[in-house]
Design a protein around this ligand. Sequence first.
Ligand code: MG
Length: 367
Amino acid sequence: MEITRIAIHQVDLPLKEGAYSWSTQSFAAFDSTVLIIETDSGLTGVGEICPLGPSYLPAYAEGARVGLAQIAQGLIGEDPLQIGRINQTMDALLKGHPYVKSAIDMACWDLLGKATGQPVYNLLGGLLQEEVTLFKVISRQDPAAMAGKLADYQQQGFRQFQMKVGADAGEDIERILAVSEVLQAGNVLAADANTGWKQHEAIRVVKAVRDVDIYIEQPCLSYEECLAVRRHTDHPFILDECMDDPRVLMRGFQDSAMDVVNLKVSRVGGLTRARQFRDLCATLGITMTIEDTWGGEIATAAIAHLAHSTPQGFHFQSSAFHEYHSVQIADGGPVIKDGYMVASSAPGLGVTPDIAVLGKPVAVIGR
Ligand code: MG
């Protein structure tokens, strides 16, 4: 099989609730990029990359599209089913920029599934869990509003929650205390600062909420600051933004720096490298949140396939991003019910992009 043409689409994903706020940032919509790979076989593969705004990670939406256009010409004529070779070629064409490569890698897995008649989860290790536990994000607002949201989400069947903090440490203490009051038996709550606290602020917060049953997620920017906070708390601890490479994962394992790792597909460069990261975590006994920086039905399908093929005991929770939007960009996205999602069992990722919604491609590379 040969890649003949690569089309890059841009689409805005507006938020049903009007805004999504974390740490000191807030957005009304996210800018997503959908990539469609055409082949000489007639099969097409689809991938998606949606950075969480331009200053969350070293990734931004326009950068994804410029980077894809940079790489795409060098992939025309390559066999998309040779995914290791595709990754090697991408690394030779562009150093770094794993998020750019994620969309191409994802589309190649979609093609491999379609070519072999298998859902991607079968190719990533098999169906190790029938349904994928979801968490619902409680966007940063005032404490009472966040507590109200948690109660609404409980009514929708969610049992696991991640509340956004990381703005003002004093207010964040109030937020955590207010939201934790609404928790029911069996609920799980994480307070995610998304790198927003300075080390001294994070230490204040963990001390003030010592008796609350809560996970603390990525309090500070660097691995070293997070490790210092970890050593001042007995809360279960999640590392996310700083876990961008297997080397830092190994360091975290050696330092006992975290109990859970948040694995984001695009941050590590796609499903191929996320699978490697996932398998390393499971081997080391580290439980994972499996998600991405954001996305619609396509990126969420990739998350769901990776999570389905992860041992249940090492899967903490995942995000179903398409649930947060007022537009649908593809058919066949994971089905959400009672706090779980289930990926399509159709070959590949099981999603069909809606070209009427995506519009004309912003760039087309190939024959
Ligand atoms: Mg996080």
